[in-house]
Design a binder for this molecule. Structure first.
Ligand code: PLP
Length: 923
């Protein structure tokens, strides 16, 4: 009957044939097992399915060849297709065909099962919808009253299903440490024990069970008991439990077999016809057979199994050796110190690509996991991409914590699933994460000398790694951070400037031009400030000579009041500012220096905390052009002072929080790594606002908020009793803008006053203009945060709003001849431009649609430069505050050199240089 075609039955594996592939069963003591044949020396699992099958004297195909060669002589494709087609059909016509209904049988699945049987040394192979579905099918062979013996370090989902069977189906489950067969034997009872469920290596502790020996024991004591092996960690390339005496082997095809994390699948294989029949019946009855499309994908994945696995386990060995050499307790059967290595080497052809290690501290483990960049935080394993996880919080979270503890599953355990990336990159990333998390590693970077080319089935050999002689982790201590890099973005007002003074909503967004700061510890009792971009202003103060008598210290957790402390401001102005700030050329520096000193002194929590450091800031933002350069400087000043006063958790290694999306209200797009918690950002923002006050008297708070939080915000000022406030713009899509600095200096206060006069002179028109700008802001806000609007429509709409907003600002008298010329020049290219900020000079912003030609952009930028303007291409809506804590113990010369390099970078190359220094963390 067609309905019985659920399973592939390997016609080539007749019993006498398969017998030659089975090792002799070990004696009762299990001592007879010798070295197991490697994939290269495996005899053929079947007569080759190739046209050469009528020439049996040819050498048997190696495993990798078998993987890549999908051929079923019984089901030749009618068109000779090279790849098995997807038979995406539920039904088949006719009464006497091989297939009738896809739940029962499907040609794509049939090919897959034929292929799996071949590589698994099996007579029967079945594929179902997931690894758990495979176990579900297998455990349906149990009945009430049956006993199951299972491992104590099983995959969480397996544990969950067994618990369900125990609680609902009257099955007794014993969990034992399967590394010790002596613990299993007393539990095996003829007539009672129906199943022994094993994993080796176990997941995630990589414990080794002697599958061969246990099969032998169980079959001798209870011949009816079925030994079932979950072989997911190994795949058939590395271990074939049916050859070791198991009755059933299953695999989560989601893992190595597929290799790309793009499907879910389960595989069940067995040799016994009676078991195969029952399994086939169950799958057909419950209807969980693998779909044709997933069968196709799985078949495709299997073709590269051997080559992927070779690379992955070589890299895993490199990673395990790296961790082991640095003193971590590593679980990996490839390491000489693994207690089960001898047994594993006998059973399998390689240690696999999953390993785990402990750090001794759950919080430290969390920080390490959070600080990796290349390793994806994810459950599962077996894909080409490397993954990192904490099993207790993720894959094994379904196991009760008390049970986890009883079974010796450490809460600080980190599991690594190694992919096919370059192993050196993986190790570098791990090393950086470990150091960022607070562990000082001795400088013994492994250098991987072997090019990691694919190998052709030769026996497993550890990858050649060369380590410098210092062998162990000497000390685990908090890292010292001799330097801190900080950066914060500037902002543009996209809509609503000027009108904001009168209670209209303004939209501010971050730009990817930034202020950068480098702060280094000093030990000489001095504090210094260097502003290379403000005419190279530099000064250092002997800390004890600052006017401390005028400071009211702010205790930790205490906020600054609504107004600046006049006593401290006076003291700074009269007793701390050096005379040089009064020179004309340092006019801009004066406010920056005052703000720095004010924040430095007021953040002093007590008389002892007077940190000594050197502070240098650079800006890729044009200074004084209305792009929030002072706010980004303020954010850097606030962050660095909070860090050095040890007032923020930034002094602890910052960590990425799992699921932190929801808590970050302002930040929308991040090119960098989102790792700074919102609480820290809020604290920095509060003090950045204070610094802004020192510099500007009465700032709105928009600039510093955008600078610290990034993304975009809508701001409304409370006017005449109306409610004001800030609103993070969720779902903001970053947009490319050309910022053009007109290089015309302007007087903001005067411009604001002019606009106020115009509104007063013609209140009716004034009200209309303000209403119109409010409508523009609201429409811009709505459009920017609406993910449903197609991008093209969004950009076209924004361009129109920009043009309208500029026309109103011009009417209010905020434009300038230079700004009008910029508008005209960009208009020639079909682009829309508006002034931003106070106007009267300053900067103009031009929206650049995604499809605007690079060449046209270059021509436009040249034209703008020719006309005497300075254009900057930027993205609006990126990350907020960035921090990079440099770790290490540099010599004074090295410290000096870093500052020199920082100062010496050309402005245009600064961002790239800073990014290359190391792993920045962003709000
Ligand atoms: N067995 C092991 C060892 C696993 O790790 C998993 C999944 O992680 C499974 C079985 C279940 O497989 P699936 O997720 O495909 O249902």
């Amino acid at each position: 009957m067609p309905s019985e075609l659920v399973a592939f039955q390997n016609p080539f594996l007749t019993p006498p044939m398969s017998a030659i592939f089975r090792k002799n069963a070990p004696d009762a003591l299990g001592l007879s097992g010798g070295a197991y044949p490697s994939p290269s020396s495996l005899p053929p699992l079947s007569l080759p399915d190739s046209p050469a099958s009528n020439r049996p004297r040819r050498r048997p195909y190696h495993f990798s060849t078998q993987c890549a060669t999908v051929d079923n002589p019984d089901e030749k494709d009618q068109y000779g297709s090279s790849s098995v087609p997807i038979y995406q059909t539920a039904t088949f016509k006719g009464l006497d065909g091989k297939f009738d209904y896809t739940r029962s049988g499907n040609p794509t699945r049939s090919h897959l099962q034929h292929h799996l049987a071949k590589i698994y040394s099996a007579q029967h192979a079945f594929t179902v919808s997931s690894g758990m579905a495979a176990l579900d099918v297998i455990t349906r062979l149990l009945k009430a009253g049956d006993e199951v013996i299972a491992g104590d370090d099983l995959y969480g989902g397996t544990n969950r299903l067994l618990t369900y069977l125990k609680e609902h189906n009257g099955v007794t489950v014993h969990h034992v440490d399967t590394t010790n067969p002596d613990l299993i034997v007393p539990l095996v009872q003829p007539g009672k024990t129906a199943m022994v469920l094993l994993e080796s290596p176990t997941n995630p502790l990589l414990k080794i069970a002697d599958l061969e020996l246990i099969c032998n024991y169980v079959h001798r004591i209870a011949p009816d008991a079925l030994v079932v092996v979950d072989n997911t960690m190994m795949s058939p390339y590395l271990q074939r439990p049916l050859e070791l005496g198991a009755d059933i082997v299953y695999d989560s095809g989601t893992k190595y077999l597929s290799g790309h994390h793009d499907l879910m699948a389960g595989v069940v294989c067995c040799n016994r016809g009676d078991i195969g029949k029952q399994i086939g019946f169950i799958i057909n009855a419950v209807g969980n057979a693998l779909s044709p499309f997933d069968s196709f994908l799985l078949l495709r994945g299997i073709k590269t199994l051997a080559i992927r696995m070779d690379r992955q386990q070589r890299s895993a060995m490199a990673v395990a050796t790296f961790l082991d050499t640095h003193g971590f307790k590593v679980h990996y059967p490839g390491l000489q110190n693994h207690p089960g290595k001898g047994i594993h080497d006998r059973l399998a052809n390689g240690p696999g690509a999953v390993l785990s290690f402990v750090t001794g501290d759950k919080a430290l483990s969390e920080r390490i996991v959070g600080a990796t960049r290349l390793w994806g935080i994810s459950v599962s394993f077996g894909a080409v991409n490397s993954l990192i996880s904490m099993p207790c919080a993720m894959s094994h979270a379904s196991i009760d914590p008390a049970v986890r503890a009883a079974r010796g599953l450490p809460e600080d355990l980190i599991r690594l699933c190694v992919g096919i990336e370059d192993p050196q990159d993986l190790i570098d990333d791990l090393e950086n994460a470990i150091m960022e998390a607070g562990v000082t590693l001795p400088s013994i970077m492994p250098s991987i000398v072997e090019p990691f080319s694919p190998i052709r089935g030769e026996p497993w050999a550890p990858p050649p790694l060369i380590f410098a002689p210092q062998p162990v982790l000497e000390e685990r201590r908090k890292p010292t951070h001799p330097h801190w890099f900080i950066s914060a973005p500037g902002k543009v007002i996209l809509f609503g400037e000027h009108a904001v003074v009168h209670g209209v909503t303004a939209i501010g967004a971050s730009v990817d031009l930034r202020c950068y700061a480098l702060a280094s510890h000093r030990e000489d009792g001095y504090i210094s400030l260097h502003l290379p971009d403000l005419n190279d202003w530099y000064h250092e103060w002997l800390i004890d000579e600052l006017p401390w008598d005028s400071v009211t210290p702010t205790r930790i957790g205490e906020d600054h009041g609504p107004t600046l402390d006049p006593r401290l401001m006076d003291a700074i102005n009269n007793r701390a500012l050096p005379k040089s700030v009064n020179e004309e050329r340092f006019a801009r520096a004066k406010a920056a220096v005052t703000a720095f000193l004010y924040i430095y002194m007021i953040l002093r929590p007590d008389t002892k905390a007077k940190p000594s450091f050197r502070f240098t800031t650079r800006s890729t933002l044009p200074i004084g052009a209305g792009l929030g350069s002072s706010a980004s400087y303020s954010a850097c000043v606030a962050a660095v002072n909070l860090i050095f006063a040890k007032r923020t958790t930034l002094t602890e290694p910052v960590r990425r929080r799992l699921n932190s999306e929801a808590t970050i209200s302002y930040t929308i797009k991040h090119d960098g790594r989102r790792a700074i918690p919102t609480e820290v950002a809020d604290e920095v923002n509060k003090w950045a606002f204070v610094a802004e006050k020192v510099m500007h008297g009465n700032p709105s708070g928009v600039d510093n908020t955008v600078s610290v939080h990034g993304g975009a915000i809508a701001y409304k000022r409370a006017v005449n009793g109306s409610k004001g406030g800030m609103d993070g713009l969720h779902g903001f899509r970053s947009v490319k803008f050309l910022l053009t600095d007109s290089q015309v200096p302007r007087d903001t206060k005067k411009l604001v006053a002019n606009v106020a006069t115009r509104l007063k002179d013609d209140p009716n028109r004034g009200a209309d203009v303000l209403d119109a700008i409010q409508a523009i802001s609201i429409e811009g806000f709505r459009a920017l945060s609406d993910p449903e609007i197609p991008r093209e429509t969004l950009l076209a709409g924004l361009s129109k709003l920009i043009k309208q907003n500029h026309a109103f600002l011009k009417e209010l008298g905020a434009s300038h001849i230079s700004l009008e010329e910029i508008c005209e020049l960009t208009d020639e290219f079909g682009l829309c431009t508006k002034l931003t900020g106070a106007g009267g000079g300053g900067c103009a912003v031009t929206l650049i649609p995604d499809d605007f030609y690079d060449d046209s952009l270059r021509i436009l930028m040249d034209k703008l430069v020719e006309a005497g303007y300075q254009p900057y291409l930027t993205t609006v809506g990126g990350s907020g505050l960035g921090v990079y804590p440099v770790t290490g113990d540099p010599t004074p010369e090295e410290k000096e050199q870093l500052h020199r390099d920082f100062v010496g970078q050309p402005r245009m190359g600064l961002a790239k240089w800073a990014e290359e220094q190391g792993g920045w963390l962003y709000v």
